[in-house]
Design a protein. Structure first.
Length: 360
């Protein structure tokens, strides 16, 4: 079995989705599985495959290759957003394949509307998906899982309890007049009934290649990032290693830290280095009212080493598997050979580079 983990050492937007696609392409379409192990639909992973392009939020980045996704218990799911993205994929001839952990927690419309109304949270760079509001609700004991969604009576009672008991003190303004609880319950129950729910250990026995696709960046981790400009999830290899420990303690693991030849950040918060600011325009990351402008600065090997130290702490949870680490540069044609040698000498890791689906 081949086990590969894809991470971003900085602040996201480095090319995790494209690298996931490329690793799947190298392994072949048969017996390959992509596993999401952090975040939820607030992530956006752009992938180019032949003449197709798509930004994945609710499915893994091997989907254009028809490779299935496992949405683990460490991820939240918004079935309504997933239905919308599935429709867009069907328009380009792709039928997404996804298996959910029964323990996946569901983001509700009330979570999303609550987050939209939270002006402080919006200043901190939220994309407005309801992810943080859902996590706060879950911490308060109001759970709603994909397993719950299979039973329409349980689903209806739980969403009503969330509305009437958890959110009753909030003055939530419904942004749409055609929303009803019954309509939402029907759509979510129908979606949950269309896909398999399976525990990770039972599922992975059917696969030879597993690519663990991370979300956002290590420096946005809820423990190691700078509050309040980070994400309320674990963006290191921690969750992936926890899942791998269920499989075996003897199989080697490859961790790929994918970065651009410069540092980027789409959202407020410090860049954490004194590198010279540079002007980079990214069509996949335009200005928006939540994240504002796309910022970038020259690469910092010191900041890279700091990030790798953070993930090394996560690696220590895994005492048995042999871990091989690699630095991978997307936008590889822009990589200066001097920077490539500096990174190689400092990290002592393999240094790889790619441009879209082409390895350089």
């Amino acid at each position: 079995m081949n086990l590969e983990i894809v991470l971003d050492p900085f602040f996201g937007d480095s090319g995790k989705g494209q690298l996931t696609n490329n690793l799947c392409l190298c392994r072949g379409e048969k017996k390959t599985l992509v596993v999401r192990f952090s975040g939820g639909p607030q992530s956006g992973h752009n992938v180019n495959h032949k003449n197709l392009n798509h930004c994945f939020s609710n499915f893994g980045s091997g989907t254009l290759l028809q490779i299935p996704t496992y949405w683990s218990q460490y991820c939240l799911v918004d079935p309504i957003m997933a239905v919308a993205e599935r429709s867009r994929l069907r328009e380009i001839g792709i039928e997404p394949k996804v298996i959910y952990s029964p323990l996946c927690e569901i983001i509700t419309p009330f979570d999303t509307w609550s987050q939209w109304a939270n002006t402080e949270n919006r200043k901190q760079g939220t994309v407005g998906s309801g992810y943080k509001s859902a996590l706060d609700r879950i911490k308060a004991g109001y759970h709603l899982t994909m397993l719950d969604a299979r039973n329409i009576f349980v689903l209806r009672e739980k969403i009503r309890s969330i509305q009437d008991n958890y959110y009753r003190w909030e003055n939530i303004q419904y942004p749409t007049t055609n929303f009803t609880i019954d309509k939402w319950v029907y759509l979510v129950n129908q979606y949950a009934s269309e896909y398999y729910l399976e525990n990770f250990l039972e599922l992975v026995r059917n696969y030879e290649n597993i690519v663990f696709e991370g979300s956002q960046g290590i420096l946005l981790d809820q423990t190691f990032g700078v509050m309040p400009w980070c994400t309320p999830s674990d963006t290191t290899s921690k969750n992936a290693l926890n899942l791998i420990s269920e499989i075996s303690k003897k199989i080697p693991i490859d961790i790929y830290y994918v970065a651009r030849p410069y540092i980027t950040r789409h959202g407020p918060g410090p860049l954490l280095c004194d590198s010279r600011v540079i002007d980079k325009i990214d069509p996949n990351n335009p200005y928006n009212e939540y994240q504002k402008s796309f910022r970038s600065c020259e690469f910092s090997t010191d900041l890279l080493m700091h990030s790798l130290e953070i993930d090394e702490m996560a690696n220590k949870f895994n005492e048995y598997n042999w871990i091989r680490q690699h630095i991978v540069f997307s936008h590889g044609k822009e990589l200066d050979p001097k920077l490539e040698n500096e990174v190689k000498n400092k990290t002592k890791f393999d240094v790889l580079k790619f441009e879209y689906e082409t390895w350089l």
